[in-house]
Design a protein around this ligand. Structure first.
Ligand SMILES: Nc1ncnc2c1ncn2[C@@H]1O[C@H](COP(=O)(O)OP(=O)(O)OP(=O)(O)O)[C@@H](O)[C@H]1O
Ligand SMILES: [Mg+2]
Length: 598
């Protein structure tokens, strides 16, 4: 799909299909028993309520004229009992249904989240994260009511309708047919309005989604907003997005206001037809006035459940737009997935001579037509450390992210120990890789939780050792609760360098066979970095490693240095060889040394 922003509506890639609704049944099926119970309770509640007028009638017509106090007490008790029962039934129903609806939310959310976690980086690159959030939180909430209560109400209203039709036919068949003649008119009307409404609600969901995307971006970027004093401009943009939500909502709702008058008009016309047909055509002395009045009474009742159904239908239309989004997310293809015949990657940690990485004519682009890597080939022997250097945007991070198959290559192959990585199980590949991304991400939780993130069974001692190796011990010990200090979301309690040290320790702790460090020490002071180098050298031993650094002092000791630029490797060799070559690396190195010398 095209990249999407908060300014643009998302295009639904899989428009509405009845399959969506049928598929939703998967989530309801499990609760069939509870839903049937709720249905029965509602029906019982309705029937007990219907008893009340009969009891009142008995009281007024029989007990009061006869001044039968005993009977009156009985009837009063029965009336009270009927109300009580009805209240009990309705309360139980709403309790049962609240549970069902929460369970549906729980299950759908679980499934979406599970799927989201499998989706490739590309998916997250392509759309604002706020638009993903709104699907998992708001849309799921919204559809759950339709799937639980909405469905039951539909059945109840239909039953109600059937009862009314049966009673109507018992009174008079011909006039009942006149009433039913209104149904096709209604069907045409509903069909016309349905399409308009669906589009309108889709627009509402798009506009809400845009607003959410902007909101999310602004919460994350709140600091930058204040640094650049952009509050007023941002508020203006937010107001504009909000205004679009409001007007799209008004438009969608305006159709609802059409539905009722529409049904009402049809209802009035039908009643007029009853009188017309009853008196003039069929009548001719055969139809009694009582029959006409009775049928007319039923006819007015007949439209009530239809109006209710119209109301539920409105709600359905609205929610179906959400359901589409939910299933679209669940159907989003996991483009980076295990091949059907994928095999387990062998455990490289068990064999000292494994961990050979080879790129064979690899080409790659994030977006079609914009190649970032072109025909890249290189080999890294087991245990070798390779540094990737080169200008910003050259493709260094891209190369290392391909080794873990975060993206699929467009052309060529990446081999580890001769095995094409697109043919092995992702989990077996990634669990052996230790990757420290350029932007070190810290989760909410304690420092220890963050270091333990990739190896949940690590002991406290192992955590301490990993932290010591990367020289993070000192600062951790100085924190309020040491390793148990809560670092808050995104590690807001920590400095940039401290965050890097923690994510460094996290990567080391996972004991990877292949280590990737992308600017792992860029925010760390030179002294700490030097101290860290010793620990790091010990860690690098026996592991194939890729190190990206702009600060060249960090990578001088690497076995091999590759200079990346313009989507490919410009030159490669050891530090000594490249210096002698006096090429791009030499220029970069001398420029840095000069700066340091000044
Ligand atoms: N997720 C992405 N979607 C689209 N283009 C991307 C994405 N990530 C990187 N690029 C583009 O790919 C090119 C290479 O990016 P890459 O991150 O590999 O550079 P780099 O060499 O690591 O740079 P730096 O030294 O600044 O980290 C850049 O031109 C960048 O614009
Ligand atoms: Mg990078």
């Amino acid at each position: 799909m095209r990249r999407n922003t908060y300014r643009e509506d998302e295009v639904l890639e899989t428009p509405f299909n009845i399959k969506h609704l049928l598929r939703a049944f998967v989530y309801i099926k499990k609760y069939a028993a509870q839903m049937i119970l709720a249905l029965i309770l509602s029906a019982l509640g309705g029937i007990t309520m219907l008893l009340a007028p009969m009891i009142t009638k008995q009281a007024l017509d029989v007990a009061v004229p006869q001044k039968d106090m005993n009977q009156l007490y009985m009837l009063a008790l029965m009336l009270f009992g009927a109300y009580l029962l009805s209240v009990i039934f309705t309360t139980i129903r709403s309790r049962v249904m609240t549970k069902v609806s929460q369970n549906i939310i729980y299950n759908i959310r679980g499934d979406i989240f599970e799927h989201l976690q499998k989706l490739p980086f590309q998916y997250y690159d392509d759309r604002p994260h706020g638009k993903i959030l709104i699907r998992v939180v708001n849309y799921v909430n919204s559809v759950s009511d339709m799937l639980s209560n909405g469905l039951i109400n539909v059945i109840l209203e239909i039953l109600n309708l059937i009862f009314i039709v049966v009673f109507m036919f018992l009174v008079d068949v011909k006039l009942s047919l006149v009433v039913l003649a209104g149904v096709p008119v209604l069907a045409v009307f509903m069909f016309w309005i349905k399409n308009k409404q669906r589009k309108a609600w889709q627009d509402v969901s798009n506009k809400n989604s845009n607003l959410n995307a902007y909101l999310q971006e602004n919460i994350v970027g709140a600091r930058i907003t204040q640094i650049f004093a952009r509050e007023d401009e941002n508020a203006e943009i937010f107001r504009e997005l909000s205004e679009r939500c409001r007007s799209s909502w008004f438009k969608a709702v305006s159709y609802i206001t059409l539905v009722w008058p529409g049904i009402d008009t049809i209802s009035v016309l039908v009643r007029a037809a009853i009188f017309l047909f009853g008196l003039l055509i069929f009548g001719q002395g055969h139809e009694t006035l009582g029959t006409i009045v009775a049928i007319s009474g039923y006819a007015s009742r007949f439209w009530q459940p239809i109006m209710n159904l119209g109301n539920i239908f409105n709600n359905f239309i609205n929610n179906i737009a959400y359901l589409e989004r939910i299933f679209e997310t669940m159907d989003e293809p996991v483009t980076v997935d295990d091949a059907p015949d994928a095999i387990e990657m062998k455990d490289m940690r068990k064999d000292k001579n494994s961990g050979r990485v080879e790129f064979k004519n690899v080409s790659f682009s994030y977006e079609k037509g914009k190649e970032v890597l072109h025909n890249v080939s290189f080999k890294v022997e087991p245990g070798e450390s390779v540094a990737l250097v080169g200008p910003t945007g050259a493709g260094k991070s891209t190369i290392v992210s391909l080794i873990s198959r975060f993206y699929n290559v467009d052309k060529g192959q990446i081999l580890i120990d001769g095995q094409d990585i697109s043919k092995v199980k992702l989990k077996s590949l990634r669990s052996q890789m230790g990757i420290m991304l350029q932007d070190s991400f810290i989760f909410s939780g304690t420092i220890a939780d963050n270091i333990r993130y990739g190896r949940l069974d690590a002991t406290d001692e192992e955590i301490r050792k990993a932290a010591a190796t990367v020289c993070a011990e000192d600062f951790i010990k100085n924190m309020k609760d040491g390793y148990d200090t809560e670092v808050k979301e995104r590690g807001s309690l920590l400095s940039q360098g401290q965050k890097q040290l923690i994510s460094f320790a996290r990567t080391l702790l996972s004991d990877p066979a292949i280590l990737v460090l992308d600017e792992a020490t860029s925010s760390i002071d030179v002294q700490t970095e030097k101290a860290l180098q010793t620990g790091l050298n010990a860690m690098l031993k026996g592991r194939t490693s890729f190190i990206i650094a702009h600060r060249l002092s960090t990578i001088i000791g690497c076995d091999k240095i590759m200079y990346i630029d313009d989507g490919g490797i410009v030159e490669a060799g050891s530090h000594k060889e490249l210096i002698e070559k006096k090429g791009a690396y030499y220029k970069l190195y001398t420029a840095q040394m000069q700066d340091l010398g000044q």
